[in-house]
Design a protein around this ligand. Structure first.
Ligand SMILES: Nc1nc2c(c(=O)[nH]1)N[C@H]1C(S)=C(S)[C@@H](COP(=O)(O)OP(=O)(O)OC[C@H]3O[C@@H](n4cnc5c(=O)[nH]c(N)nc54)[C@H](O)[C@@H]3O)O[C@H]1N2
Ligand SMILES: Nc1nc2c(c(=O)[nH]1)N[C@H]1C(S)=C(S)[C@@H](COP(=O)(O)OP(=O)(O)OC[C@H]3O[C@@H](n4cnc5c(=O)[nH]c(N)nc54)[C@H](O)[C@@H]3O)O[C@H]1N2
Ligand code: SF4
Ligand SMILES: [Mo]
Length: 745
């Protein structure tokens, strides 16, 4: 039967990665019969990837939980919502009352940045809880970028993105947008945009220890030894000064600290850094000259520049090169987006950025952006945490030395997870609270519209009616909030929704000069999240100002524009965007400069013979989409890639089992011999290892793979950001057993 001829069509932003593509959905009764790219979408123009195309299968996954689960003995059993919230209250309240908020830790995972509930309700919940034990996926991901931008621009959220649609030269370090579809740069159809760059005569260069699909399409691929990009970038900075190639252009007068950076770069001449990073000195000088000479150029770094030993220095240097070549804040360079729910500041300047307002108890690691490094989660749980809350996270697979974390999760007094799956993490939970699936909730990208390479806005209302027996994620988080503040498990979540709307209206009243009660009468929306969005849009950068700017944005305008509203190419925002105390770009903040000697000291140390890096595959999404049959069919993707030279030395052939050991643990996995990885580097993807007792993932457990984070080491972090080091892990590889297995120390 051709369902597309009978179904209705609906449009929705894909919530599965940062690209924010528009989907065209065919709806047949209460199910999504098909998902394809929305050709009329203002930003994605019909692009869709294999993950987005499975939106229907994913949301209708039979293993997806639709009712809460409560653990009784070793089994999880379905329960009613009221019963589940009372169990949460009975588990959390005594811990809070007897031991205080720090005895409750929280882990907030990646999908929170892809839901409205995550964007609106998590921060108020954390504030209400008041615990210093807040952890998130940010410290296995992008925290170094927040920290470097915090120091450079005064706000950790002021992250410039490459203007891929207009640049002449793009230098990509440690990112593989052909598979990941981009990150900290929302650019639907990133591959198409890179092809367009080449078609208009521009070039892009990829620096990566693996010849990725992005590298294959690039004009040039430069192999680099993992963890050493800071040396390469400092070599480029050195050359820019040495050959008088710096030119701040329009930034002149808006930047401090240039001379200090020049002095720091003196210690990193290309001839000296070349040996450690494996890039010829001439090529380092060449890159500097090309970046300086290009009419416009952009430098873009991602996972491979963040989840490394010198993550913050590397992330900083990525921007330093753009700044010194005059490419920050100009068309074709790297620019600051302006999202529709936010406003530009009237004047530059602010309080600036700092870290370390408190420290983790065991290792004394500094707080950053209100959270502690997830690399310290296991030891904190072991030492003093009694209760644990996860929201959209799977740290048992995604964080370093997850074997130790897994054991720590087994020793808690109480754990509650807001999550649609009974998986590697939530199997430890006493209560699991599953939110409605994405087809039944509205969507607006609070995180990614502020990172988009072109300004646009889109809102998608729910596509399917709510499951009467299910619960919306905003309601779940509101009820948890009411529990931790002592208002009771039975309190109507509307109490919190109304309170949050009132607060938003108070702020709106302050900016519009009109009484909150007048504004309240104007607010639109059928759902608490829609009403909060309406207030933010109307008082945002392009808003209708509650009627003072006719034609401006509002919820109703977005509802009337199912393919999104284009807000034009990125515009210069310096100095307004700067929140540093000086109101300038502070190029050489003291904490960054103070970390440079550590980099310099490691310049001549001996390299391990083999280091481990990760990899991403187009059909995967971190740890949680391996239960969709269409995404796991075909040959095993969880293999250890090994260069032929290393394979010969280790007497390993393609398909052989190998044992991989590190300081943290060991796994057994099949070898894939390929010259895609450079000698001395092995690559294993993360997010696998589903064959654990108690998980309810029928498809994923048939394709379990092994968990690469058994090998990553929680004891090594980037000190400025606390970010975990997930690339460049020293490992040993030897011929292995036939059965897949893993253990951690
Ligand atoms: N070795 C290594 N490790 C890595 C990485 C790496 O490159 N190498 N990458 C890191 C990165 S970048 C990231 S972002 C992290 C991700 O780390 P996590 O965020 O911990 O893990 P995810 O795999 O994204 O798991 C998301 C969880 O959210 C649940 N979920 C899905 N949708 C929803 C929803 O709508 N609501 C709720 N409440 N829950 C939902 C899923 O069932 C799953 O349990 O992994 C990191 N780990
Ligand atoms: N298909 C798919 N898409 C995804 C995800 C997914 O799991 N699967 N996850 C999403 C998430 S949460 C994120 S954060 C993004 C990540 O987006 P990307 O950063 O684009 O994704 P990765 O594939 O991890 O790319 C990192 C690259 O860095 C390289 N690398 C490793 N170490 C080094 C190093 O020291 N130096 C350099 N120069 N390169 C290095 C790796 O070989 C790899 O090619 O992807 C998102 N999109
Ligand atoms: S690229 Fe990302 S946003 Fe686009 S369809 Fe794929 S998963 Fe969805
Ligand atoms: Mo991520």
């Amino acid at each position: 039967m051709d369902v597309s001829s009978t179904g209705r069509t609906a449009y929705r932003t894909c919530p599965l990665c940062e690209a924010a593509c528009g989907l065209e959905l065919t709806v047949d009764g209460d199910r999504i019969a098909a998902a394809r790219g929305d050709r009329e979408h203002v930003f994605s123009h019909g692009f869709v990837c294999p993950k987005g195309a499975t939106f229907g299968q994913l949301t209708a996954d039979p293993d997806r939980l639709r009712r809460p689960l409560i653990r009784r003995g070793d089994r999880h059993e379905e329960a009613g919502w009221d019963e589940a919230f009372r169990a949460v209250e009975a588990g959390l309240r005594p811990v809070l009352e007897r031991h205080g908020p720090d005895a409750v830790a929280v882990y907030v995972g990646n999908p929170n940045v892809h839901t409205m509930a995550g964007g609106l309700y998590v921060t108020p919940f954390l504030r209400a809880l008041g615990s210093r034990g807040v952890f998130s996926a940010s410290t296995v991901d992008q925290m170094p970028k927040h920290v470097s931008c915090g120091y450079l621009y005064g706000s950790p959220l002021a992250i410039p993105v490459p203007d891929v649609d207009r640049t002449d030269l793009l230098l990509i370090l440690g990112a593989n947008p052909w598979e990941s579809n981009g990150s900290l740069a929302t650019a639907a159809d990133f591959p198409g945009r890179l092809r367009a760059l080449q078609a208009r005569g521009g070039r892009f260069i990829v620096v990566d220890p693996r010849r990725t699909r992005t590298a294959e399409h690039a004009d040039e691929h430069v192999f680099i030894r993992p963890g050493t990009d800071a040396y390469l970038l400092f070599g480029i900075v050195h050359t820019l000064f040495d050959e008088n190639l710096t030119d701040l252009g329009a930034l002149a007068g808006h930047v401090t600290g240039v001379d200090e950076v020049r002095d720091l770069a003196l210690a990193f001449p290309p001839d000296e850094v070349s040996g450690v990073c494996g890039v010829p000195a001439d090529r380092i000088r060449g890159l500097a000259r090309e970046l300086a000479a290009a009419p416009t150029a952009a430098v873009y770094g991602r996972i491979g520049t963040c989840t490394v030993e010198f993550g913050t220095l590397t992330s900083w240097l990525v921007d330093v090169v753009s700044i010194l070549t005059g490419n920050l804040d100009r068309a074709g360079g790297v620019m600051f987006p302006l999202a529709a729910h936010l406003r530009a500041q009237a004047r530059p300047g602010g309080k600036g950025f700092r870290t370390g307002r408190w420290h983790s108890r065991v290792r004394g690691l500094p707080e950053v952006k209100g959270e502690l490094p997830v690399a310290a989660l296991a030891e904190e749980l072991e030492a003093h945490v009694r209760a644990f809350v996860t929201v959209a996270g799977n740290p048992a697979l995604s964080t370093p030395n997850s074997g130790r974390l897994d054991r720590a999760l087994g020793g808690l007094d109480f754990m509650v997870s807001v999550d649609p799956y009974l998986n590697e993490t939530t199997r430890h939970a006493d209560v699991i609270l599953p939110p409605l699936d994405a087809a039944r909730k509205g969507h607006y990208d609070f995180s990614f519209l502020g990172l988009a390479v072109r300004n646009f806005a889109a809102y998608s209302p729910p596509v399917l009616a709510p499951d009467p027996a299910g619960m919306d994620e905003c309601d779940i988080l509101a009820r948890l909030h009411l529990i931790v503040t002592g208002k009771g498990a039975d309190t109507d979540p509307a109490v919190l929704h109304d309170g949050m709307l009132d607060e938003a209206l108070q702020r709106a009243a302050a900016t519009t000069g009109r009484p909150a009660t007048d504004l309240r009468a104007l607010v639109d929306g059928d759902h608490p999240a829609e009403r909060l969005l309406d207030v933010a849009l109307r008082t945002g950068a392009y808003g209708d100002g509650f009627g003072t700017r006719p034609g401006g944005l509002s919820l109703s305008r977005l509802l009337a524009s199912p393919h999104g509203i284009d807000l034009g190419p990125l515009q210069p925002r310096i100095p307004e965007v700067l929140r540093t105390p000086s109101g300038k770009v502070e190029l050489c903040a003291p904490p960054l400069a103070a970390d440079v000697p550590r980099l310099r000291a490691a310049l001549h140390r001996r390299n391990p013979e083999l280091v481990l890096i990760g990899r991403r595959h187009l059909r995967s999404n971190n740890s949680w989409m391996h239960n969709v049959p269409a995404l796991v069919k075909g040959r095993d993707r969880c293999t250890l890639q090994l260069n032929p030279a290393d394979a010969a030395r280790l007497a390993l052939a393609d398909g052989d089992p190998a044992e991989v050991t590190s300081r943290a643990g060991a796994v057994s996995v099949r070898v894939e011999v390929t010259d895609r990885v450079m000698p001395g580097v092995v690559s294993l993807p993360h997010g696998w290892g589903h064959d654990l007792p108690g998980v309810r993932l029928t498809v994923a457990t048939d394709h379990p793979g092994v968990n690469s984070n058994i090998l990553t080491d929680e004891l090594v972090v980037d000190p400025l950001s606390g970010n975990a080091v997930l690339n460049g892990i020293p490992v040993e590889v030897r011929q292995g057993l036939n059965d897949a297995m893993s253990h951690s120390r």
